[in-house]
Write a new protein. Structure first.
Lengths: 288, 260, 380
């Protein structure tokens, strides 16, 4: 039992961080970033390259992953999304663009890193044992780092000037603009930040589960689910959604252990029923 | 007094701990223009949504011709003849003025939708009738010249008129107008006032929610005043003008000129 | 014992390699001069037909365009294929037609203002429905085809009632998940035979009326693929004619009203939830029919026959063709499918170039290919 909860919390911390990035981009730009999972994969491969192959310290690798993704996110916003949003008659067109970018990153990652599953050696070894609970130290460290990033993100959104500006933008873009918030600039910052968060989780998790070029799409779908459960565009919702999905998976895979895929079928169906009752998720505002 | 066309009884709406509307009751008589006024945030809009059934009351009820309509789906209430317009210039942006009004005739159609799919005789008859009726309504509201313009290209004043035209096309017995004079200058307001009178003269009872006191005083047969979700006064414009509670409510909450 | 929690597995992983391959990856690779002719003919037909809903234009030009389209699809293409001997194109073009039917359904949900990324679920459901009816219960394919469509329509009413209340991205994300639900259900149910799928499905039998054979049994034909081409093309023509009529009827006007403003529509007495479900049911019907014929051609179906990638591609077909045009999905499917095929020779760079050009196309024509028509119309 403790084991299941611990696993759930560990998963939840990662998931929450993934969902935060997705929900940030959605809140600021009204863009559903299909390429979020691919950004995660890219972050994993950067760490694989820097930490695994070049043998530099893990911290350096993680910073490299964050920086790479932040730059990529900024470039995507500046040169692709901004243009399409301006020229398109329907804002849904950004979904096509995002899907195209997802394909593109998939292809680029496949060309650069091949299709093999890649892993790196553990960042710390050893296992934490307490009564019935057994957890490897590296998982604890990774979960701790994820929580640290989440807290840092919340503090930044709450107390810094860019954070306040972005919150205002998420509330009401037009009003924020009228109040003198440079919305274009913060759109770019938000996109970079969202991509960076995806890269950070990828960089963290590659030390435990490894990474391969094919998991981008499935990660995106998970991120969508968390955001739906919690409510799109809301920080608290993303965190709640992440922890709920992590816990559901942990419990589900234990209880329905023998049935494998049924766990996900059950989670999906439960989520659809939940959304039928609460169309905006736990904390979301009405959309549209 | 005859039976009211619309009876509001003990209408209450709570959002969490907040009571937006508290035990409001009033009647609307057939053929009158009744206005609901009150300071910003007094609960007018909530009452409006409750009557048009876009929101379900926590307690109390709305009766249309003696039949309880609160709690029914919004489109069902509209079919019975309680039709609302929207405060924002909410229209079908991608359609022409005429097409918007034709679509709004939907309720009057006798042919089935599948009849329209296959173009049966009944459907074509309806189609022609709707076209004529739409033209009549557009002319009636002074929109004849712009009937083939895309709604998104129309100026503000025409949009309001189009909103009313769409409402009229749905064949209302009572038309609920949400702040029909908001954001208008004096000339535009005077025109809009004439428009609402003309609608009433067609035999459509009008219920307004409005902020513009001057226009309300000019147009209304009776006025209901709401403050903090509670009805504080009801009566003719003259009576309302003299009511101390009303003056207090307005002057106490806002220092904006209210044109008394 | 330490229990590792594995990262969950989704569709793409089983097939290995990359996660988002477009659906046509197993298609026979076809190239040839005929294609350009074909494409040109179709496009000219589209040029006349593809009209913004609600506007009324001249009937004569439209009739001519329909005639050109029919002649191209049912005479010129078969003739060109016969004279060049490129019979593999029958299979390719059948696939395009069937994917276009399913995309047409997605387009209809776009038309009521919902972004549907779940058509793969209904294509899969329709495919399984037909496969089970034919292979397990011995139905005629011709009966199973409408049955598959109706089963999908009925099921989509049940699913649609709750999820159509969701708007914007919520609906999109739920439909995306729906595709996974369909796949996992197919894996779990006994009647669908799990991961092994249903194979060796008999080809369509004959249709006889009053002792006359109207359609011969497909396995008695020298070129069953040609028969499948005619079947697919005829179904596509029928479905899009129906869709066109629908959009230009009162129902279509009401759908457009829903898209533009659901609250206003309901204030006029329009039963918004009902109409939404009707549109979704028609959409799913088209998905089911497309899937059922696909299965008849492939003679097999697996849980991975239609995946999330297909769902995304159905949506992309609509976007690419242009959402303002009934015939957009047809053009979008054709271009995406052949574009993908054409890039086969670039080997490992196929997906890179494909997605790169998709991104470029979005930058240049964010409102779809057929939006070029609007530019031309506005110019003079």
């Amino acid at each position: 039992m403790e084991q299941v909860i611990a696993n759930g919390l560990y998963l939840g911390a990662q998931y929450a961080l993934i969902a935060l990035g997705l929900t940030l981009i959605f809140a600021l730009m009204n863009v559903l970033n299909f390429a979020h999972g691919q950004m995660y994969v890219l972050g994993g491969f950067v760490v694989y390259q820097v930490y695994g192959l070049m043998k530099l310290p893990f911290v350096v690798a993680l910073v490299a992953a964050a920086a790479t993704l932040a730059v990529l996110g900024a470039l995507l916003e500046r040169f692709l999304f901004r243009t399409v949003i301006r020229r398109s008659e329907r804002e849904e067109s950004t979904m096509l663009l995002a899907a195209g970018i997802a394909y593109f990153l998939d292809a680029a990652i496949l060309l650069m890193f091949g299709e093999k599953q890649r892993g790196v050696h553990k960042i710390v070894s050893g296992v934490f044992v307490w009564d019935n609970l057994i957890l490897p130290w590296d998982r604890i460290l990774v979960a701790g780092l994820a929580v640290l990033f989440i807290v840092a993100f919340i503090l930044m959104m709450q107390y810094t000037k860019p954070g306040r500006a972005m919150r205002a933008m998420a509330q009401d873009r037009t009003a924020a603009q009228l109040m003198g918030v440079p919305v274009q600039f913060y759109g770019l910052v938000g996109f970079a930040l969202g991509a960076m968060l995806a890269g950070l989780v990828g960089g963290l998790l590659v030390t435990i589960t490894g990474v391969n070029s094919g998991i981008g799409g499935p990660i995106s779908i998970k991120a969508f689910m968390m955001v739906m459960i919690g409510g799109a565009g809301v920080t608290g919702g993303a965190i709640a959604g992440g922890f709920i999905l992590g816990m559901l998976e942990s419990v589900g895979l234990t209880v329905l252990h023998a049935y494998g895929d049924l766990t996900y079928l059950a989670i999906f169906v439960a989520m659809m029923i939940f959304l039928a009752i609460r169309p905006n998720g736990l904390m979301g505002k009405p959309w549209g | 007094m005859t039976d009211p066309i619309l009876a509001v009884r003990d209408l209450t709406k709570r959002y969490g701990g907040l009571t937006a509307v508290n035990e409001v009751s009033f009647d609307v008589q057939e053929g009158e223009i009744l206005s609901i006024i009150g300071p910003n945030g007094a609960g007018k809009s909530t009452i409006f949504k409750l009557i048009s059934s876009f929101v379900t009351p926590t307690r109390g009820e709305v009766r249309f011709r003696g039949e309880v309509v609160s709690g029914l789906a919004a489109h069902v209430v509209a079919r019975k003849g309680v039709v609302r317009t929207f405060q924002e210039t909410t229209i079908f942006k991608g359609m022409t003025a005429r097409d918007s009004v034709i679509v709004a005739h939907h309720l009057r159609s006798r042919a089935s939708l599948f009849g329209f799919f296959f173009g049966t005789a009944a459907a074509r008859r309806d189609e022609d009738a709707f076209g004529r009726s739409a033209d009549e309504i557009l002319d009636f509201l002074g929109l004849g010249a712009v009937r083939n313009e895309l709604a998104s290209n129309l100026p503000q004043g025409h949009l309001r008129a189009l909103g009313i035209a769409i409402g009229l096309a749905a064949d209302p017995k009572i038309l609920l107008l949400d702040e029909p004079f908001a954001g208008m200058n004096v000339d535009e307001t005077n025109q809009a006032v004439e428009m609402v009178r003309a609608v009433r003269d067609r035999g459509v009872t009008c219920l307004l929610v409005e902020h513009d006191m001057a226009a309300v005083m000019k147009i209304s047969d009776r006025i209901v005043v709401i403050n903090f979700g509670v009805k504080i006064a009801e009566g003719t414009p003259a009576a309302i003008r003299a009511d101390e509670k009303v003056i207090e409510a307005y002057l106490g909450v806002e220092d904006e000129s209210i044109g008394l | 014992m330490l229990r590792m929690v594995p990262l969950p597995r989704f569709a793409g992983e089983e097939t290995g390699a990359c996660c988002f391959p477009p659906p046509c990856s197993e298609a026979k690779r076809g190239r040839g001069t005929t294609r350009r002719v074909v494409e040109g003919a179709r496009r000219s037909a589209l040029g006349y037909l593809g009209d913004e809903p609600m506007s009324r234009t001249q009937g004569a030009g439209r009739a001519a365009a329909v005639a050109v389209f029919l002649a191209a699809v049912f005479v010129a293409i078969p003739w060109a294929i016969a004279s060049t001997g490129r019979t593999d194109l029958y299979y390719t073009l059948s696939s395009v037609a069937l994917l276009a039917i399913a995309s047409g359904g997605v387009w209809l949900t776009f038309y009521i203002g919902r972004i549907n990324i779940g058509q793969g679920a209904w294509a899969l459901a329709g495919g399984y429905a037909s496969a089970v009816l034919v292979a397990t219960y011995g139905w005629s394919f011709w009966l199973s085809l409408p049955a598959a469509g109706l089963i999908c329509a009925f099921a989509s009413v049940l699913v649609g009632l709750p999820i159509l209340r969701l708007r914007g991205v919520y609906f999109s994300m739920v439909t995306l998940v729906l595709t996974e639900v369909a796949r996992l259900t197919a894996l779990a149910l006994p009647i669908t035979n799990g991961a092994r799928g249903i194979t060796s499905i008999p080809t369509p039998g004959p249709i006889r009326l009053f002792g006359l054979t109207i359609v011969p049994a497909f396995d008695s034909l020298a070129e069953p693929n040609r028969a499948f081409y005619f079947l697919s093309a005829a179904m596509m023509t029928l479905c899009f004619a129906g869709l066109w009529r629908l959009v230009h009827s009162r129902l279509g006007q009401l759908f457009a009203a829903l898209r533009q403003n659901e609250d206003l529509a309901s204030s006029m007495g329009v039963n918004v939830p009902l109409l939404r479900v009707v549109a979704y049911a028609i959409s799913s019907f088209l998905g089911g029919v497309g899937g059922a014929i696909f299965v008849a051609i492939a003679q097999s179906i697996y849980p991975s026959s239609f995946t999330i990638n297909d769902s995304v591609n159905f949506m992309l077909n609509c976007f690419l063709g242009g959402l303002g045009f009934v015939f957009g999905p047809m053009l979008g499917t054709l271009v995406l499918y052949f574009g993908w095929d054409l890039l086969f020779q670039t080997g490992p760079y196929q997906l890179l170039i494909y997605s790169g050009s998709m991104i470029l196309l979005m930058l240049v024509l964010p409102n779809g290919i057929l939006s070029l028509l609007n530019l031309r119309r506005r110019a003079p």
